[in-house]
Ligand binder design. Structure first.
Ligand code: ATP
Ligand code: MG
Length: 562
């Protein structure tokens, strides 16, 4: 069998799943972000695929297989030939026609459905495929977590109404929850940003893991979870009952940062105001928050329904305000600059802010009395300890790996590609779409991130490459070889997947490989083979027993729930 194990950790592998999948002989890299699956790797991939297929089929979706090689014309119809950028792998055929390797399949499926489905009577419909995708990622890394060729399950649904889309979205949301639960994963479905796509609802399925690239805000008591940029802040701020004092200008020489100014003036970060100049499309907006809060630019963008948002440059800021970044404040702002503030600011009394003059701050400043705000809104990032937006419990943060994504696309693609159907009045309407992805190879790696110990992988039984790892310690001994062979046949006859190690290797090598590969159960045929006694061990708990042959088969079946 092609099952090469390594004792050493590969130098380029930074995270556990990458290290262990290479060391234990599951995968091999052939180029940056491009991997081959060796036989046991293929087996795990198949197990995950089968769970995905089973749940997708149950949710009413039908499997198909689209071409990976896609003509540029299709991508030009939606404009994504230009907007997708360098992530799209492009090539020419011998006639110099342009093609892309499928990074995703909205264009292909929409063109098929546009040509084949003409009537509302054929809607709704949902299709999916499991196929390698190609994306020339800027930073392929972490092994299977961010590859340039990777296995994805992608599904697309077509509807004649938004209610119909809502129904399918919910069914697939539930299917995804089942899939990740059956993979043994600790995950959350989080509310995500629909971004530039113009869609509405979107959820990402996140596996909780320190190596994840995203930060999730979740409730410590309910199922609420959101990408931090999406979580609204519902904190009610108690208005300070301090008497407002007379505002005063004070010198704050050499004090640059918020923290330095607060220390210099002898108060906490949360007692000062932070003022930041943004460029929102074509206008300038000063955003004021409490000193310990961070501006959430997604919220600012939504407040203005803007398409572009950026920090103003130091130069632009100076030109407008007569002072640079560290000295800004909402007092004496020119009329062309709008001033908006986070709700927390409204409750503050006798606070401090920059004086729009290098080296000076105002103290004893009270909003409403000393300056006015054009608009108060929820403009800050949620923080740990804030009340959960669903009103239950408090917020905690965790890192997450995005393994799945469900998205209400609406009419975005159908409009661009002219995918219409005739309704019951015979009138042409644009189709409504949803799309739903799962990173199958990324899911596999995420399982390893959650299931390993110092010796290797500890697969949950549902996705393990085999159920039982059977070892004969000394196959040259007649009774060991015979009992090993007998067990191998008997277990297989019961429908149990067995990896049989009868190599002529030292016991230490066999045990180490077995721990590394991580099959949930191990049966060792050793010294007591003559008495018909073998050792049974659970990989994850390391519990071990000596059992007779028929007992051991019963024990395996009990463990697997067979
Ligand atoms: P990311 O933000 O991680 O780049 P994405 O938003 O580009 O993901 P989608 O286009 O929604 O991802 O793709 C669907 C799923 O495919 C993702 O949820 C993820 O699990 C998986 N996926 C995306 N890019 C990669 C990649 N480079 N390697 C492995 N899996 C990936
Ligand atoms: Mg991406």
């Amino acid at each position: 069998m092609l099952l090469p194990t390594l004792r050493e950790t590969p130098a380029d592998a930074e995270i556990k799943s990458h290290q262990l999948l290479v060391r234990a002989g599951y995968i091999r890299q052939i180029a940056s972000g491009v991997y081959s699956f060796l036989p046991i790797g293929r087996r795990v991939l198949r197990k995950v695929e089968e769970i995905v297929r089973d749940e997708m089929d149950k949710a009413g979706a039908h499997e198909m297989l689209m071409a990976a090689l896609q003509p540029a014309e299709l991508w030009k119809e939606t404009g994504r030939w230009d907007t997708f950028g360098p992530e799209l792998m492009r090539l020419h055929d011998r006639h110099e026609r342009e093609f892309a390797l499928g990074a995703t399949h909205e264009e292909v499926i929409t063109s098929i459905v546009r040509d084949e489905v003409k009537s509302y009577k054929k809607l709704p419909l949902t299709v999916y495929q499991i196929q390698n995708k190609f994306r020339d990622e800027k930073r392929p890394r972490f092994g299977l977590l961010r590859g340039r060729e990777f296995l994805m399950k992608d599904a697309y649904s077509f509807h004649d109404s938004f209610e119909s889309l809502d129904g399918t979205y919910q069914r697939l949301f539930d299917a995804y929850s089942n899939i990740f639960r059956r993979c043994g994963l600790n995950f959350r479905a989080v509310i995500a940003d629909s971004g530039a796509m113009g869609g509405k609802d979107t959820h990402e399925f996140m596996v909780l893991s320190d190596v994840g690239e995203d930060t999730i805000a979740y409730s410590d008591t309910s199922r609420y979870a959101a990408n931090i940029e999406m979580a609204p802040v519902i904190t009610e701020y108690d208005k300070s009952n301090e008497e407002p004092k007379e505002m005063e200008k004070v010198a704050t020489p050499e004090q640059k940062t918020m923290q330095q100014v607060a220390d210099y003036l002898g108060h906490g970060l949360d007692q000062g105001l932070k003022s930041i100049m943004f460029k929102v499309d074509e206008r300038f907006v000063m955003v004021v928050t409490r000193g310990d809060h961070e501006v959430n630019d997604v919220k600012l963008k939504n407040l203005y329904d803007a398409s572009l948002i950026d920090l103003a440059s130091e130069e632009e800021t100076r030109k407008l305000m007569g002072a640079g970044f560290g000295s800004l404040g909402p007092i004496g702002v020119p009329a062309e600059v709008e001033v908006v503030a986070d709700f927390a600011v409204e409750a503050m009394v006798n606070t401090t802010c920059g004086a729009n003059e290098e080296g000076y701050h105002f103290v004893n400043v009270t909003p409403g009395k000393d300056f006015s705000i054009d608009k108060y809104a929820d403009l800050r990032f949620i923080q740990e300890g804030d009340p959960s937006p669903d009103g239950e419990g408090n917020i905690k943060f965790a890192r997450g790996i995005e393994v799945g994504h469900v998205f209400k696309l609406g009419k975005f693609y159908a409009e661009k590609m002219d995918a219409t159907y005739l309704n019951d009045q015979g009138k042409a309407n644009t189709m409504i779409m949803g799309c739903y992805g799962i990173g199958v190879s990324r899911t596999l790696a995420s399982i390893v991130e959650q299931y390993h110990d110092e010796d290797g992988i500890t697969w949950p039984a549902n996705v393990a490459p085999y159920h039982v790892h059977l070892l004969t310690l000394n196959p040259k001994k007649e009774e060991q070889a015979a009992l090993g062979e007998e067990l191998y046949q008997k277990l297989q006859a019961q429908g149990i997947d067995v990896l049989y190690d009868d190599r002529k290797e030292r016991p230490g090598v066999k045990f180490a490989d077995s721990d590394l590969i991580g099959i949930p159960l191990r049966i060792t045929v050793g010294k007591r083979a003559g008495e018909g006694i073998v050792e049974f061990k659970e990989r994850a708990t390391k519990e071990q027993l000596e059992l007779e042959t028929d007992q051991v088969i019963a024990q395996v079946k009990t463990f697997l729930g067979k």
